[in-house]
Design a protein around this ligand. Structure first.
Ligand code: HEC
Length: 481
């Protein structure tokens, strides 16, 4: 781990007293840095808290180190002074492709910014131009004058559309009265005071997040799984209280982790998008390309899907019963092609939970599972389908909630966004400030239908579980306030 500000390339730490920032660090985000044939190790890095006044040279970067000495070979920064949480969680992928008649030994990474950074891995220089482009300035945040914008078209939206603006407005309204969301583009600064919030796309959830991308070295096609998130912050000077969370943001409007998704295929010989598919749910599994020209993708609603790598035509959609939020592993056994894949669900995406490991081959005989299993992982793929609460069902109102049982429903399904204590955390607001969280009926409605960046749990939790979690929220979190 390198401490920001102490690294050999130079960097400056913002005055700690400025906004209460204590320390930031640079850590590799991906599980597996990539060892390359050049004797270098390449890894994407993240850094910085959004409120730090800083200019770290290797945050939000791909860096290449000499394997034998650990010395820096090169570093490429994707975002200068990252105040948007555009770190680089997706693993880098080696890409050898002929570009203008020359074989490029490249490396690529899809980012939360919605762009692919395709670099020559020997030099760290962009294969297709990435232009330093002037961006709107925010003097309080000391934003970078320019940002590197790739000429390769983005795979996610980099401009807030009407649907995003509406969701962000609802999210802002739930936090403070009288705020107005102003739709804007990537790399806008955020307001400090006042009543308007400049919204940007993508968001801290991406673009691409940690779902890995994949490359077919025969067809030179590169496949990226992503989503169209958006967000708006308002920065605030805050005092640190021991045990508390210090975010530096007074308002954080966010469309959450399950935004409309994209599956994008790039032709890496030209850098152009060959095809793109749009999903209503986030593409949150990553992609796997096979030698047989297939691309495997998992869906939040439990389908394992295969696409024709050249055309994007869907060839397979097979229900596994819980969110398929991981990549498939292809292998061959006794000359037969197989894949294994985990249907486990994902708390951030609010997809159905499960714990089934599936092994599939072309001559498999097992039927598809029933869609959508329990968010509490008590019912699994292949089990008979239980009764579900429907969005406007009144049946929940007749179920008595048990706050003690609701505690674990909350820990499994809500804490990831609202924090362990319900006081806010990763994108979900402090429930103590939320009007609907004060009443059982309001909480049941919000949990069942979702909205404003929160996923609907109506199809995933039983009436009893929703009543239990509402009892827990209204007694343990907002009770007596
Ligand atoms: C993926 C993140 C995420 C998860 C998971 C999540 N929430 Fe939320 N929740 C949000 C966001 C974002 C909002 C703000 C919605 C808005 O602004 O309208 C919210 C709002 C709420 C509200 C208040 C609505 C209002 O307008 O007053 C309640 C109550 C609530 N959540 C309860 C829960 C419970 C209970 C769970 C678990 C079953 C849960 N949430 C899971 C993100 C999440």
């Amino acid at each position: 781990m390198w401490l920001c500000g102490s690294y050999e390339l130079g960097g400056q730490l913002s005055p700690p007293e400025a906004l209460g920032a204590v320390a930031s660090s640079v850590v590799p985000f991906t599980p597996k840095p990539l060892k390359t044939v050049l004797g270098t190790i390449v890894m994407p890095l993240l850094c910085e808290s959004a409120d730090a006044w800083s200019a770290f040279v290797i945050s939000a970067s791909i860096v290449a180190l000499d394997l034998s000495t650990g010395k820096l070979r090169w570093a490429y920064q994707q975002v200068h002074h990252d105040i948007w949480d555009f770190d680089s969680p997706s693993p880098t992928v080696l890409i050898d492709a002929p570009v203008n008649g020359t074989m490029v030994r490249g490396i690529a990474q899809p980012s939360k910014t919605g762009y692919v950074y395709f670099l020559n891995r020997e030099t760290g220089r962009p294969v297709f131009p990435i232009k330093e482009t002037p961006v709107k300035q925010d003097s309080f945040q000391r934003t970078s004058k320019t940002q590197p914008i790739p000429t390769m078209a983005p795979f996610s939206k980099v401009r807030v559309d009407a649907q995003m603006a509406k969701a962000l407005q609802a999210s802002a309204d739930s936090q403070r009265r009288g705020l107005k969301i102003i739709p804007s583009t990537i790399f806008n600064g955020f307001g400090v005071k006042g009543t308007t919030l400049d919204a940007t796309a993508p968001s801290a959830s991406g673009g691409d997040n940690w779902p890995p991308s994949s490359y077919d070295p025969q067809s030179h096609m590169y496949y990226v799984c992503a989503q169209n998130g958006s967000q708006a912050f308002q920065v605030a000077t805050q005092k640190y209280r021991a045990g508390g969370t210090l975010t530096g943001a007074a308002v954080f409007a966010f469309t959450g982790f399950n935004n409309p998704g994209t599956l994008t295929a790039y032709d890496m010989t030209t850098g152009r998008i060959a095809w793109q598919r749009q999903f209503p749910d986030a593409c949150y599994s990553g992609t796997v390309a096979t030698a047989g020209n297939l691309v495997f993708v998992g869906r939040n609603r439990g389908q394992l899907e295969a696409y024709n790598g050249r055309t994007g035509a869907r060839l397979l959609s097979f229900q596994l019963g819980a969110g398929v939020n991981t990549t498939v592993t292809p292998y061959s056994l006794n000359g037969k092609e197989r894949i294994v894949v985990l249907a486990g669900g994902n708390a951030l995406n609010g997809s159905a939970h499960g714990d089934s490991l599936w092994q599939l081959s072309l001559d498999g005989t097992m039927a598809q599972a029933a869609a959508g299993s329990s968010g509490r992982a008590i019912q699994h793929a292949g089990d008979s389908q239980r009764t579900r609460t429907s969005g406007n069902s009144t049946s929940t109102a007749n179920v008595r909630g048990d706050a003690t049982a609701g505690r674990s429903v909350f820990a499994n399904n809500c804490a990831s966004c609202h924090g362990a204590l319900g006081t806010g955390g990763n994108g979900g607001p402090n429930l103590r400030n939320e009007p609907l969280a004060r009443t059982v009926a309001g909480t049941i409605r919000q949990v069942t239908n979702g909205g404003g960046g929160m996923p609907a749990f109506g199809g995933q939790l039983t009436s009893q579980q929703i009543a239990d979690v509402a009892a827990y929220v209204t007694t343990a979190i907002t009770g007596g306030r």
